[in-house]
Design a protein around this ligand. Structure first.
Ligand SMILES: Cc1cc2nc3c(=O)[nH]c(=O)nc-3n(C[C@H](O)[C@H](O)[C@H](O)COP(=O)(O)OP(=O)(O)OC[C@H]3O[C@@H](n4cnc5c(N)ncnc54)[C@H](O)[C@@H]3O)c2cc1C
Length: 473
C-alpha cells in the first residue's frame, strides 16, 4: 500500500458501495485525486451482483428508478446498450393466493370477499372521519398505516410483512420511514388511482417500469469503478479501523489491508461506512453521549438463499412478497425475469430473502439447513419441484437496512452535531447517513459530497493565494 498520497489536495473515501464510488467517480472526472478503501473482497456494497457458475444474482433484486432526470441519463449513459427497461410485475403471496403489488384495491377487495371488504372500507371511512377531529400526528408505522388505510388493512396486509422486514413491532417503527417509502399513499388514493387510471400523479414506489443492467445491478458499480481505476486506486479487502483526528480535522485513517496495517492521510475524508462504525472508529474517542447514541442505532441484516434450477422460468414475476408469519422468508425474486443474461440458456434461479439480525437463529443457521428448508417450503407452495434444483448459494449481508426505531432521529441528530465539528469530514449514503436511501439517493448523496469537496478546496486554495498575496504586499 502506497500511503504517500498528496495530502494537500486529496480525498479519501471510506466504503466502495454506490455512494462512495459515486463520490470517487465525480472527483475523478473533475481531476481531483481520490482513493477508495473498501472492506469487502469486491466493490459494490449492497448494489453488487454475485456470479456463480454462469448464474448471476443481486443481493435481493435491485431496480433502478429515479425522479432525477440527470441521474437517469447518467445511469443510461454508463450502461450504454446494456441498459434494459424492465416491466415490473410484483405479487403478494397471501393465503395461497397471488395479489397484485402495488395494491389494486378492487381486485384485493373482491379476493377478500364481501364481508371483509365491507369491514376494510368501514374502518377506512372511520379513520377519515376521525382525522377531522384529531390533531394527533402519527408517531409509529402502525399509527400511520391505520390512519391512512384503516385497522383491518393494517392487520391483514401491512403488519406481518413490516414486522418480518424489521424484526420489531410496527408500533416501535418510526412513521418517518413509511412516509419516505410510500409517499402520500392511502387506501383512498389507491382507489382513486384505480378509478382514474389516466391520473398523472405518480408514486415513487409504484413505478411500473425500471432500469436494469443486462448483467445485474453490479454493472453500475463495476462501470463506475472501471472509470475511477483509470486514474486512481480502489483498495479492496481494506478495512477502516481507526479515524484519527486533531484540531477539528480528520488527519488520517488506519486500515487493515489484507491483514496488514497501513495508514493513509488526505485533505478530505468521506465516510459511507455505517454511521455507528465511523463513530466507534474515531480516535480520540467521541464523548460518552455520542458513543451512546451510536450504540442505539441498529441495522437489519439479510440472508439470501439462491436456488439454481434446471428450468427456463419458474415464475412470471419480478418480485413475490411473502408476508405470512408461518413462512420464514419475506421475498422471492427471479433474476431471469429482469434480464435473460442472469442464467445460462434454459436455466433459471430464485433468490429468497430472509430478513434477520446478525447472530440470530437465521443468521447462524448452517447453509445446508437454510437450503433444505427453503427448497422444501417452495416445493410445498408449488413454486418449484425440488428435483429441478441443480445448485445453491447462501449469502449473509450485514447492515442491509438501517432500522428506524422510534428515537433514531434524535440519536442521528446527536451524532451529526458532533461530526459537524470536523471541517474535512463528509458522510454519504444509506448506512453512512443512516437514511432509507435507495440507489438514486445514495448516488446523489455521493455526487453532492464530491461537489462540496471541490467547493471547499477552491475556497482553501483561494485563502492560500489571498494570504500569500497579502503577505507579499
Ligand atoms: C435487499 C435490498 C434490496 C434493495 N433494492 C433496491 C432497489 O430495488 N432499488 C434501489 O434503488 N435500492 C435498493 N436497495 C438499496 C441500495 O442497495 C442502497 O441504496 C445502496 O446500495 C446504498 O449504497 P451505499 O454506498 O450507501 O451503501 P453500501 O452499499 O452499504 O456501501 C457501504 C460500503 O462500505 C463498506 N464498509 C463497511 N464498513 C467498512 C469499513 N470499516 N472499512 C471499509 N469499508 C467498509 C461496505 O463493505 C460497503 O461496500 C436495496 C437494498 C437491499 C438491502
Amino acid at each position: 500500500m502506497d500511503d504517500r498520497v498528496n495530502t494537500i489536495n486529496h480525498a479519501l473515501v471510506m466504503g466502495g458501495g454506490l455512494a462512495g464510488l459515486s463520490t470517487a467517480h465525480a472527483l475523478t472526472k473533475a481531476n481531483f485525486p481520490v482513493t477508495v478503501i473498501e472492506a469487502g473482497k469486491n466493490i459494490g456494497g449492497l448494489a453488487r451482483t454475485i456470479e456463480h457458475n454462469g448464474f448471476r444474482f443481486d443481493l435481493g433484486g435491485h431496480r433502478f428508478v429515479t425522479n432525477d432526470q440527470e441521474l437517469d441519463t447518467f445511469v443510461r449513459t454508463i450502461l450504454n446498450e446494456d441498459c434494459l427497461v424492465v416491466p415490473r410485475s410484483s405479487k403478494i403471496l397471501l393465503r395461497n393466493r397471488y395479489f397484485d403489488y402495488p395494491l389494486k384495491p378492487f381486485k384485493a377487495l373482491s379476493a377478500f370477499g364481501p364481508k371483509m371488504s365491507a369491514k376494510i372500507l368501514a374502518d377506512y371511512i372511520y379513520e377519515r372521519i376521525r382525522a377531522q377531529f384529531t390533531t394527533e400526528i402519527p408517531a409509529s408505522l402502525e399509527d400511520w398505516v391505520v390512519a391512512n388505510f384503516g385497522r383491518t388493512m393494517f392487520n391483514i396486509y401491512f403488519r406481518d410483512y413490516s414486522e418480518k422486514v424489521w424484526g420489531i413491532e410496527c408500533q416501535h417503527i418510526d412513521q418517518r420511514w413509511v412516509e419516505q417509502r410510500i409517499q402520500g399513499l392511502s387506501l383512498g388514493k389507491a382507489i382513486a388511482k384505480a378509478i382514474l387510471p389516466t391520473s398523472k400523479k405518480k408514486f415513487t414506489t409504484l413505478a411500473d417500469r425500471f432500469l436494469y443492467p443486462r448483467k445485474g445491478i453490479g454493472q453500475i458499480t463495476d462501470n463506475l469503478a472501471a472509470d475511477i481505476c483509470k486514474k486512481h486506486t480502489i483498495y479492496t479487502q481494506s478495512r477502516v479501523r481507526f479515524v484519527n483526528h486533531s484540531d477539528s480535522r480528520i488527519q488520517s485513517v488506519e486500515i487493515l489491508c489484507n491483514d496488514r496495517p497501513g495508514q493513509l492521510s488526505a485533505s478530505h475524508f468521506v465516510s459511507t461506512i455505517p454511521l455507528p462504525v465511523l463513530v466507534n472508529a474515531l480516535r480520540p474517542k467521541p464523548p460518552e453521549h455520542v458513543l451512546k447514541a451510536a450504540s442505539q442505532l441498529r441495522s437489519r441484516d439479510l440472508v439470501t438463499v439462491t436456488l439454481m434450477v434446471n428450468r427456463p422460468r419458474v415464475t412470471g414475476h419480478t418480485w413475490i412478497y411473502v408476508p405470512e408469519k408461518s413462512i420464514p422468508f419475506g421475498r422471492i425474486h427471479e433474476p431471469t425475469n429482469w434480464s435473460d443474461s442472469m442464467a445460462p440458456p434454459g436455466k433459471s434461479l430464485l433468490v429468497i430473502e430472509y430478513f434477520c439480525f446478525r447472530g440470530d437463529k437465521t443468521w447462524n443457521s448452517e447453509d445446508f439447513e437454510l437450503i433444505t428448508s427453503t427448497s422444501k417450503i417452495l416445493h410445498d407452495l408449488g413454486i418449484i419441484d425440488q428435483k429441478d434444483i441443480i445448485d445453491q448459494v447462501v449469502m449473509r449481508i450485514p447492515n442491509a437496512y438501517p432500522l428506524f426505531e422510534i428515537g433514531y432521529s434524535d440519536h442521528c441528530h446527536t451524532i451529526n452535531q458532533y461530526l459537524e465539528k470536523f471541517e474535512n469530514l463528509y458522510t454519504a449514503g444509506r448506512g453512512g447517513m443512516f437514511k432509507y436511501y435507495n440507489m438514486d439517493h445514495a448516488m446523489k448523496a455521493g455526487f453532492d459530497v464530491a461537489e462540496e469537496i471541490q467547493r471547499k478546496q477552491m475556497q482553501m486554495n483561494g485563502m492560500v493565494s489571498t494570504t500569500m498575496f497579502s503577505g507579499d504586499s
